[in-house]
Design a protein around this ligand. Sequence first.
Ligand code: KG4
Ligand code: ZN
Length: 353
Amino acid sequence: MLVLGLETSCDETAAALVEQTADASRPWRMRSNVVASQVDIHREWGGVVPELASRQHVRDICGVVERALADGGATWQDVDALAVTQGPGLVGSLLVGVSFAKSAAWALKKPLVAVHHLAGHIESIWLEHGRIPLPAIVLVVSGGHTSLYLVPEEGRYQLLGRTRDDAAGEAYDKVAKLIGLGYPGGPILDRLAGDGNDMAINFPGTRLTSPDRNAPERDARFDFSFSGLKTSVLRHVRQRQAALGAETLPPREMADLAASFQRRVVDTLIERAFAAAHWHGAKAIGIAGGVSANSRLRRDALAKAARSDIPVFIPSLALSTDNAAMIAAAGIRLLDAGRLAPADLNAAASLPL
Ligand code: KG4
Ligand code: ZN
């Protein structure tokens, strides 16, 4: 079975072909993975402008899909089913993918499945590595989400914890903006941190003990909070600006700040993922989402895995940030379960997983 995946939830227009194989340990094979990034458009505004994003998706989607078919050596006739991101995301952006997918599925008389964006990120681990030991803990760290899931069996995701405020990627983007670096901040801060001393500044960590008011029944232990850290960075920058009598900090200080901030974020993510894994007796940890592209997170998580008895699985860089191959993969699970999308499928900006 060959599935065409489509992803337009934010500022990346993506299409990909993934096929189901006969290999039980590696049931999915990626045939193509095309992403048209809009980052150059949004950079000028310091963040994603929803209206510009949806207009650009309209311009790009046909070309991106044609390219995904050509790269995968396939034609429309070879496609057995379509999978599209239904949400969560920017509604105007999501609508472009959903409308395209519905039209194509109807014209081709092929089945369509509606995929949750975070299910896509989670399944990117299986797409990259094949079957991993279960139960597993999966940490999804992106620009919009920071959540821990227990995966007791393939295709089942049980929420254990999430951020109460900013997502980790959002914290990266906001801190980068604060110190006058470009957009998106994650990769820029990651690079800058490589030249800094990560022990230069001791930013405070946050440990949550009080229950989440929105979900009091959930255990608070595996929740995250990054807005306090962001405020600490702001306070530090203001103090240094006042002391130096200058708007911009010297490059050395910027690098130290980036490294110290990154240490705190990465340590928190890894500590909580391993704590959840131990608590639930997990046999593996997966890390997915845009922030899983972070060089320190990858290095430290794999180093900790090597010292412990729990292996860590992270997708390749191309599958870490938003892409459509992960949507096609998550779509195959839905197809296998017979969970087809209705003909009146609509985009859902805040779709629950
Ligand atoms: O998963 P993703 O591509 O889109 C969302 O679903 O949000 O994640 C984008 C986020 C952005 O906040 C970006 O700054 C962050 O991932 N990111 C990184 C790195 N690369 C991307 N954060 C830290 N280090 C990186 N190398
Ligand atoms: Zn994402």
